[in-house]
Write a protein that binds this ligand. Structure first.
Ligand code: CO8
Length: 356
């Protein structure tokens, strides 16, 4: 069947015009609602409208009638326009054009890999509060989106992130840090249930290195540099530099990095196990996307359990971890995907996972 393509972008202005009136949700919440959806040619606008309506209702329990008003007219226009472009797939998506400090896109052959790009080039992607809030919002959105199999987090060729924003942080006092629970909201990356891959080109320093370590897998470009230079600023790492780094590279290397502030290059980072692969800088993001796509060929339910089991290795003793792993392994036998995976092997065909 031939397919048609159309990207429907809801801009902030059009949302303010329709959405706030009917949905009474603010723009930041709304823009994460509509993940990328595909509709075959000939899909009636009513179907699309209903689909969007259900999605919204499911996400935010708002009144069906109100949402329907918003979508019926839009969907009609969408289908008419799609019929005039008989080549590509209909893409029904919300825009992310209003981010200030990040860029987001959904990519990969099956459109199931989200790429979040830190985008403060003038400050080498220094992690200011605004950037961390946007990152957190984007991650929560992709975390809830069942179409997304994996997330890639990247920066620019010069810097993944040069650390927390020193200029923003400098005036903080001890009591403000304590009372405001500084950095408490900065760990969404470590909380997300979806697999997340850091694609690090250039500097990953301080909070930048810590952010990469919160991800599940780190790929590095050939010129990447990792370091915990906080000591030179009269402070110490605050989001895992003394903890995650030590667990990954061992005490001696972690001490050396944290006490001197010296950086290590990509090749050394691979040698000590901080990164799993070093690739040419210009291929880094596409390699990370390929990795996300490969993960996306498996059952997302089982991927989630597997991620949890590996993470448990960091949190518990070996015996407790082994017990958790065994029980989780047993639990997979209650899933349809375990049954399908083994059946497919026996029948010598690819598995058709349903994520159930
Ligand atoms: N914060 C604020 N601005 C920064 C930062 C930063 N971390 N890093 C770079 N910039 C700014 C510079 O001030 C400069 O801006 P301007 O042009 O306005 O002066 C611009 O980015 C370009 O930087 P440079 O001119 O210094 O570029 P160079 O190529 O000469 O040097 C370096 C690149 C080596 C990366 C250098 O910029 C540098 O040393 N940066 C600071 C690195 C650092 O100390 N990082 C640790 C910060 S503390 C921290 O991260 C605490 C962790 C808290 C937890 C976070 C949880 C996620």
């Amino acid at each position: 069947m031939s397919t048609v393509s159309l990207r429907w972008t809801i801009t902030r202005d059009s949302y303010l015009h329709f959405g706030e009136r009917y949905l009474r949700k603010d723009w930041n919440e709304f823009r994460l609602f509509l993940p990328h959806r595909h509709f075959p040619v000939g899909t009636e606008h009513r179907t699309i409208a209903t689909h969007a309506t259900l999605l919204l209702q499911h996400s935010h329990r708002v009144k069906m009638a109100n949402i329907a008003k918003l979508f019926t007219v839009r969907a009609q226009t969408l289908v008419q326009a799609a019929a005039r472009q008989p080549q590509v797939a209909i893409r029904f998506s919300s825009t992310s054009a209003n981010w200030e400090f990040i860029k987001t896109e959904v990519t990969g052959e099956k459109k199931n890999v989200a790429v979040i790009t830190l985008n403060r080039p003038k400050a080498l992607n220094a992690l200011c509060n605004g950037l961390m809030q946007e990152l957190s919002t984007a991650l929560k959105g992709y975390g809830k989106d069942s179409n997304i199999a994996a997330i890639v987090l990247t920066g620019s060729e010069k810097a993944f992130a040069a650390g927390a924003d020193i200029k923003e942080m400098a005036p903080n006092t001890y009591s403000q840090c304590i009372q405001g629970n500084f950095l408490n909201d900065w760990t969404e990356v470590a909380r997300t249930q979806k697999p997340i891959i850091a694609a690090v080109n250039g500097y990953a320093l301080g909070g930048g290195c810590e952010l990469a370590m919160m991800c599940d897998i780190i790929y590095a470009g050939e010129k990447a540099k990792f370091g915990q230079p906080e000591i030179a600023l009269g402070t110490i790492p605050g989001a895992g530099g003394t903890q995650r780094l030590t667990r990954v590279v061992g005490k001696s290397k972690a001490m050396e990095m944290c006490l001197t502030g010296n950086m290590i290059n990509a090749q050394e980072a691979e040698k000590v196990g901080l990164v799993s692969k070093v690739v040419p800088a210009d291929q880094l993001v596409s390699e990370a996307i390929k990795l996300g796509e490969k993960i996306g060929t498996h059952s997302s339910l089982i991927v989630q359990l597997c991620k949890e089991a590996v993470n448990t290795a960091y949190e518990t003793t070996l015996q407790e971890g082994l017990k958790f792993e065994r029980r989780t392994f047993h639990a997979t036998f209650s899933t349809a995907d375990r049954k399908e995976g083994m059946q497919a092997f026996v029948e010598k065909r690819p598995a058709n996972f349903k994520n159930e």
